[in-house]
Design a protein around this ligand. Structure first.
Ligand SMILES: CCCCCc1ccc(-c2ccc(S(=O)(=O)CCO)cc2)cc1/C=C\c1ccccn1
Length: 239
C-alpha cells in the first residue's frame, strides 16, 4: 500500500495535478475555448512533443444532483467504466496497490487511420481539504498517470502505447445551505475540472488527432456526467 515503490510518484503527481486543475484558464495560459455545451466548457492548448500533437485539455463543468465523491468514485471504479467510456475495447486491473489506488491496462477502439492504442496507468483517488476556503466542501480528485509493468511492455502486441496524465477534480456545492440531514439532490451542484494530456505514443497525423480530440472529448464528458446523474439519482447522497 503506502510503502509501494510507486507511492512517492503517486503522491507527487496527484498533488501537482490538483494544483494544475485549480489554475484558471484566463490570462496568458494560452488556453483556447474549443467546445461549449451549456455549463460545459472545453479548452485546449496546441502543443507538440517531438512532432506529436499532445494538446493539453482542460474541461470545466457544473453538474446538478451529484456530489464530488460520487462523481470521483464512478470515474475511479473499474465496475462502472464500460458504462460510460465509449471508446473502451478492453480493461484489466493489473494491480491493486491500495483500495484507492489501482493499475489499469485499457485498450481503446481503433480510430482510423491511426493504429489501435492501449494505456497502462495507475489511478489514485483521494479527498483533499480545501485549504483556501474552510467552509467549502472537500475536494475529491482522481489522478491517472501512465506507468510501466514488466508483464505489459509497450508496443509488444497490436497496440501503440499512449502516455497520459489525467485528473478529475470535483467540489460539492450545496445551495441553499442546509442542515446535512435535510439536503436533497436538487440542492447539490458538483463543480468538475477535467485535465488531460495524452501523448499518442506512435505517429498519428496532427489533423487526425485534433479531430479525434475535438469530437471525442465533449462526447466523453457529457456521457460520463449523464451516467453519474443516472447512477446516483435513486441512491442516498454520498458526501
Ligand atoms: C489516434 C487516436 C489515439 C487516441 C486513442 C485514445 C487513447 C486514450 C484515451 C483515453 C481517454 C481518457 C482516459 S481517462 O480520462 O483516464 C478515463 C479512463 O478511461 C484514458 C484514456 C482515449 C483514446 C481514444 C478516444 C478518446 C480520446 C479523447 C477522449 C475520449 N476518447
Amino acid at each position: 500500500a503506502k510503502n509501494h515503490k510507486l507511492w512517492p510518484e503517486i503522491e507527487k503527481v496527484t498533488l501537482e495535478q490538483l494544483h494544475y486543475a485549480r489554475l484558471g484558464v484566463g490570462g496568458a495560459g494560452g488556453w483556447q475555448l474549443f467546445a461549449e455545451d451549456g455549463e460545459m466548457k472545453m479548452y485546449r492548448r496546441e502543443e507538440e512533443a517531438d512532432g506529436l500533437v499532445v494538446d493539453p485539455l482542460k474541461a470545466c463543468h457544473m453538474v446538478k444532483g451529484v456530489t464530488a465523491r460520487e462523481v470521483c468514485e464512478i470515474f475511479f471504479s473499474p465496475e462502472y467504466r464500460s458504462g460510460w467510456e465509449a471508446t473502451l475495447e478492453d480493461m484489466t486491473v493489473v494491480e491493486t496497490i491500495a483500495s484507492d489506488t489501482l493499475v489499469f491496462l485499457q485498450t481503446h477502439k481503433r480510430i482510423w487511420p491511426a493504429s489501435q492504442r492501449d494505456a497502462l496507468f495507475w489511478s489514485h483517488m483521494r479527498s483533499v481539504a480545501d485549504s483556501e476556503d474552510q467552509d467549502a466542501a472537500d475536494l475529491w480528485i482522481v489522478c491517472n498517470h501512465s506507468t510501466e509493468h514488466p508483464q505489459y511492455p509497450p508496443n509488444s502486441g497490436k497496440c501503440v502505447r499512449v502516455y497520459l496524465t489525467v485528473c478529475l477534480v470535483c467540489q460539492t456545492f450545496i445551495d441553499p445551505p442546509k442542515d446535512p440531514k435535510n439536503i436533497r439532490r436538487e440542492d447539490l451542484t458538483c463543480k468538475i475540472t477535467y485535465c488531460s494530456v495524452v501523448n499518442p505514443g506512435g505517429w498519428a497525423p496532427a489533423s487526425v488527432l485534433r479531430a479525434v480530440y475535438k469530437r471525442e472529448y465533449p462526447k466523453f464528458l457529457k456521457r460520463f456526467t449523464s451516467f453519474c446523474i443516472d447512477q446516483c439519482k435513486d441512491k442516498p447522497i454520498l458526501f
